[in-house]
Design a binder for this molecule. Sequence first.
Ligand code: GLU
Length: 487
Amino acid sequence: MTNKKIRTRIAPSPTGFVHIGNLRTALYNYLFTKQQGGDFVLRIEDTDQSRKIEGAMEKIFEVLEWSGLSWNEGPLKGGEYGPYIQSQRLDLYKKYARQLVDSGHAYYCFCTPKDLEQMREEQTKNHQAPHYAGPCREADIARAAEKIKTGSPFVIRLKVPKNELVTFDDIVYGKISFNSKEIDDQVLLKSDGFPTYHLAVVVDDHLMKMTHIMRGEDWLPSTPKHILLYEAFGWEKPVYCHLPNILGEDKKKLSKRTAAVSVEDFKKAGYLPAALINYLALLGWNPGTEEELFLIDELIKKFDLKKIHKAGAIFDLKKLDNINGQYIRNLQTNKLVELCLPYLKDEYGDKLNVYSEEYINKVIKLEQERLKKLSDIAENARLFFSSDLKYDSQVLVWKKSNQAGAKKVLDLIFSFLKNINEWNKENLEAKTMAFIGEQNLTNGETLWPLRVALSGQQNSPGPFEIADVLGQEQSLHRIAEALKKLE
Ligand code: GLU
């Protein structure tokens, strides 16, 4: 490795949403770079105009900013090696493509789509992999220049050497070799004057002085093409580190057909950025301890490129939920309220206006324990924002009791709670537990129907916590409603 300042980049294409795998790639680049005191660059690769989606670039900025992985150089920030959006660098690619033609490493190709189609058909018939086998590779350069002058459309192709071994070292996968005969004469510059990914990525990584290229394993087959380009230009190659795919439970590459993959969707569901980052860091790497919770600064300290696993990592939503839940439980109340309120407003709209701020805050605080993600608050809090609970009367009956038993207990508890003066969780709990003792009741036969009467749910927070939030009047009202159901 060199002593140069470490420089890495992520180079997303604005072709849609940001995939969770791209965020992990960004994270690994970020952790390594920060640990080494280097520069982390964002570059937008938008040279495939047909796949470009309006607004996708802004989404990339938004997602990265939200996640906290801020880039040192790139769009919105500037830097010494800009512009950082490839469509603003077209002249550079043309210049370098021509340079390769001049040095004999590339050639002008005038074959039409129809010619190429015929070539492909023939090759398929002969059981050959499709590749360029036309006359332009060996054509006279002066004649090609003439044709260009007369306005013939052309592309520039890389003249891939025949039968050479292309080898490189990858930090994760080790030594990798390809025979150049498996590599087609890649188009470098398209007829519309736009570069292909291969040309643009190499030119930019070189000009932007990248020392390490960390990207998804999907790009591994492209790397020998890039190596050939570095060699053709006579440029120093960066270090490569390909990151194994993230897999779904079916062990196939995580895809939107079977799972949530868009970072935006995780954000909307109420995953906290620090929790998502924490989880993603552990997806394909671990610090070798049982510990699970790491803030970004600790991750920067502990991250080790050499410990990245070779095998694909299975995305485990339960583990993410678990980590996110822990981050939610660590939130200060005012932050928790601020984050949960939009979900409640979304769900309950104007209905929320009849409740006091204090009431709403208490509900949120109470639910903090049970939230796996912030959006859960909408469903979990339903019992506090409903005037009429809908549930089956059978739910009121504890497993070791019966309908008459439930009714008897609720009658008793109704009269008892009516006379409580100091309505708060501690007092309610102390007094009710004493009452249960005095009456020779059991906890189960009393607290079960009471909790269901207050919540209308099989699973909910405990009865005293709910009663505390609901207040005396509403609690008694709900017990009375339950009694009606049991008649
Ligand atoms: N533009 C490529 C992408 O969308 C970048 C691949 C690379 O990092 O070289 O992921």
